[in-house]
Design a protein around this ligand. Sequence first.
Ligand SMILES: [Zn+2]
Ligand SMILES: [Zn+2]
Length: 394
Amino acid sequence: MNKYLVRANELMDEMVADRRHFHRFPELTNELPETTKYVRAKLEEMGYEVDEICKCGLVAIAGGKKPGKCILIRGDMDALPMPEETGLPFASENPGVMHACGHDFHMSMLLAAAKILKEHEDEIEGTVKICFQPNEETFGGAKDMIDHGVLKNPDVDAALAIHIGPMGDIGTLVFGKGPNMGSADGFDITVKGKGCHGAAPHSGISPINIGVHIYLALQELLAREVNAAEQCTLTLGTMVFGDGATNVIPEVGHMRGTMRGFNKDLTKFMKRRVEEICETTAKLFGGEASVEWLFSSPAMDCDPEFTDEVVKYAADVVGPERMIPKTVRSTGSEDFAYFGDEVPSQIFWLGGGVDDPAKRISNHNPKVLFSEEALPYGAAVYVQCAIEWLKAHK
Ligand SMILES: [Zn+2]
Ligand SMILES: [Zn+2]
């Protein structure tokens, strides 16, 4: 058995305790005071110096004693704004907040990896940058860390992330090559009409009427203006008009949605057309509409050469039969894509499904369950890939 996996198995109790602590006390975005306090204390206890390079973005350095390249390993820390319905004994104690994407696993695996790396620090042929990232779910954290220099001093040559997946068998690693997860752009449309009594619609301008026409026109944008060969989606997730009255035409309303895709030029085109459609449709009915872009994350582009290398190293941990090439591009997004835009990168999807496949449901679900038996695999894959990649590039 891979020696780092043996060690990670020994750290199982600690990883489970960490994971359950994070799970009980989830926090959102880059408001992670308790989470980062816990992570920092554990890292300092291991002998690391911890640098908070941006709000709730922590970095620790392993190695650096021998010359060589620098590889970054990343775990994200934020939870989701949703109530938990798992019934687990260590379910969330923060109402309306849940680790439903498994980032509690990522922190726990990365802490164990940090511990093992410290134990092998003299063998590291270069530097491992251990990166605890805030704010993945709203696509702000990776960019924030990069803007604050996480890829500098020492300069990072490659980056690896692991994401736990509740649908896969324990210890499987799914990996893509090239662009394999979509870009994400979020928007908020403000639709302004003129409020009036519902019995006299002619005296006002209904933003609901405008909103419905905008909704339909946006569907046509996909159907009529985008090449069918492109993989691209546009979804409206929220339409809010009025306050519950039957007889009031409201003054203003909001529509919120997201676009996913793989083609940067197409995204640029779509953003321009979304704005044009909203503005001109509103004008057509005598109202006004404006689009605010809320967030943007590029498509995840996994470097083929780096992928081949880390796949070989990871196979030594989980077994080659559990390495699964990803054949379908998904329109799900990951802000680790910002790292992929800067340096050769890979994000592995680690199988962490519960035993009974019938009980497996996707992440971002209030009932989602993950198997803690996946934890040692994640920790050991981080370590094995970092140490072996640096060795191969010394
Ligand atoms: Zn998520
Ligand atoms: Zn996630």
